[in-house]
Design a protein around this ligand. Structure first.
Ligand SMILES: [Ca+2]
Length: 235
């Protein structure tokens, strides 16, 4: 039987009208707050990918995500979020021996040696003071995408105070053996690309963001290029 184009056009028109009616009903049922929370892809501008090749001996295991073959789908956040960490003050557990802490929030994160802040080995952290509490939707971290590598003990915390004693919340922890002593992590280790890694902040209200590492699959040193924190701008 041949399909009847007129009938299918009619049913499409009916479906469209029905869909529009349902959307209208939804909008009136949920009110203006839901309209304000319209989602859009996170406005991250990834740096260039590295031109260095893939190392031959890549780590693998049950707790390591395989190297990504294509970019992850965009992270959806409330429309209008901005990087509230841009230009904000960064501190660290140990003084960097290459680069300065202002580079953590300077927006530069190309796969170049002078865009990487390097610190000594062991468990170290870098943190950003947003200046005031904000409702956080996503944190994006570039440790060092000059080389494809897996960072060890990636732990992302937020807190109300710079010493991380008040309202401390863990957003990510892939320290499965608790070697960092901050609790057993259940998140995966991952290969970092030019897209960094986006961590879901789930709307937590916080002022300080702290990112731990303990070296990587390539080096025992700790490194960081950029930390971005996405929130709606303060009114
Ligand atoms: Ca930077």
């Amino acid at each position: 039987m041949k399909p009847n184009p007129r009938a299918s056009r009619r049913s499409l028109a009916t479906a469209t009208a029905l869909g529009a009616a349902l959307v209208l009903m939804n909008v009136s049922a949920v009110g203006p707050s839901a309209i304000a929370a319209e989602l859009a892809p996170l406005p991250v501008k990834p740096p260039s990918p590295t031109l260095k090749g893939t190392p031959s001996d890549l780590p693998s295991g049950p707790n390591v995500e395989p190297p990504p073959e294509k970019p992850a789908p965009p992270f959806m956040a409330p429309k209008g979020v901005v990087n509230v960490a841009a230009g904000k003050k960064a501190t660290s557990s140990t003084k960097p021996f290459t680069g300065t802490l202002s580079q953590i929030t300077d927006g530069l994160k190309e796969p170049e040696d002078d865009h990487v802040v390097e610190m000594r080995r062991g468990k170290q952290w870098v943190q950003v003071d947003l200046g005031e509490p904000a409702t956080l939707y996503a944190i994006v971290v570039w440790h060092d995408h000059r080389f494809l590598q897996v960072f060890k003990d990636v732990i992302i915390l937020v807190a109300d105070d710079p010493d991380f004693t008040q309202n401390v919340q863990t957003l990510y922890n892939n320290d499965v053996d608790n070697s960092a002593g901050l609790g057993i992590g259940t998140d995966k280790e991952y290969f970092e690309t030019n897209r960094g890694r986006t961590f879901d902040a789930k709307g937590v209200v916080s002022r300080y963001v702290r990112c731990y590492t303990a070296g990587s699959s390539l080096s025992s040193l700790n490194v960081c290029q950029e930390i971005e924190v996405y929130a709606l701008p303060a009114k």
